[in-house]
Design a protein around this ligand. Structure first.
Ligand code: BDP
Length: 330
């Protein structure tokens, strides 16, 4: 919501409040964008969006600000998507996975083993392929602003170390609310349980599920390592984070302010990566010290087992072309 001292006319245009009528509206109108994130304060995604807010505040002499609501104060990820589309929430830092069922191309960077390395992922997401996926948000009432890193996701559970797909047979594994992630886990012979992030700790603790999959910082910040100590380095998905804005909120800005918003979002990516790289190391050290049992594994059997996921989700010509272009890129 573009709030504070702004009235939105029925035509949707921003007009100055009576208190400031008589002064130049553009110089006086303050816009505070509400941005949502499920992570706790201090997580790299939160600090990156705050950094973007500082850039905007400086560049507009305080006219545009961002208020980041952390810790799922505005809801769990999938629930916040519609609120963002309708403009109840202005900005959303969210993983690609909850968009997978809504926007076909968002499946691509979430696919198992699509990226060879973090450098490969950054190269793809920073270039033309990333831009084309960001553009696909516009048909859904959203403006794709930027991608953030999310490290690599690995399986963890409360039962035993996983070294081969057979170790996962029959395990109940929580996944994000994405059919592609359900299929990915099923391909390994495990039972996939889609559920919101905020319910995972209790579900692990009570044995409703045996495990889940995530990167080091989320495994650590959620304290999942305390209730599911076997972390097996499958590194099967680098599904990035995305920063989107409600098209309704974005369209209320004039072209110059829209350009400022886009530029500040892009500039926050480098900041995020710096924070992310440091946090990954710190989180890994923390879970190791906290008693997590970490093992490496041979990836090829997992790559082979997950092949059917490509057959099912990379179906049309556009998706096939994107996958081929990603694989061809260094
Ligand atoms: C984290 C992502 C977050 C996802 C969460 C999850 O940063 O956006 O919602 O995983 O597994 O790594 O739900």
């Amino acid at each position: 919501m573009l709030t504070r001292r702004i009235f939105v006319s029925t035509a949707g245009a921003i007009v100055a409040s009576p208190a400031i009528i008589g002064r130049p509206a553009a110089a006086q109108t303050t816009v505070t964008l509400r941005s949502t994130d499920i992570h706790p304060d201090g997580y790299p995604t939160i600090d990156a969006v705050k950094f973007m807010g500082q850039l905007l505040e400086q560049r507009t002499s305080g006219r545009i600000k961002i208020n980041v609501f952390h810790s799922a104060q505005l809801g769990q990820e999938r629930d916040t998507i519609d609120q963002t589309r309708f403009g109840v929430i202005d900005m959303n830092r969210i993983n690609m996975a909850p968009f997978n069922n809504l926007i076909a191309s968002t499946n691509i960077p979430s696919l198992p083993f699509i990226f060879r390395s973090v450098a490969h992922m950054r190269n793809v997401m920073d270039g033309a392929i990333g831009d084309s996926i960001l553009n696909d948000f516009s048909a859904h009432g959203l403006v794709g602003l930027a991608f953030y890193d999310s490290g690599s996701r690995s399986f963890y559970n409360s039962k035993r170390p996983i070294t081969t797909p057979a170790d996962m047979r029959g395990m109940k594994i929580r996944v994000q609310q994405s059919d592609m992630f359900v299929a990915l886990v099923q391909a390994l012979g495990a039972n996939a349980t889609p559920m919101p992030f905020g319910e995972v700790f209790t579900s692990l603790q009570t044995g409703v599920i045996d495990g889940a999959e995530n990167n080091w910082p989320s495994y650590e910040s959620t304290r999942h390592f305390e209730v599911a100590k076997f972390y097996s380095l499958s590194e099967h998905s680098l599904s990035p984070e995305v920063l989107v804005m409600s098209k309704r909120s974005f369209d209320r800005f004039n072209a110059a302010d829209q350009a400022l918003v886009r530029a500040a979002a892009k500039e926050s990516v480098a900041k995020m990566r710096e924070l992310w790289d440091a946090r990954e190391k710190a989180s890994e050290a923390k879970v190791r010290a906290g008693g997590a049992v970490i093992n490496t594994l041979e990836k090829q059997p997992f790559i082979d087992a997950m092949k059917p996921v490509y057959d099912r989700f990379v179906t049309d010509a556009k998706m096939k072309e994107l996958v081929a272009r990603i694989q061809a890129l260094t």
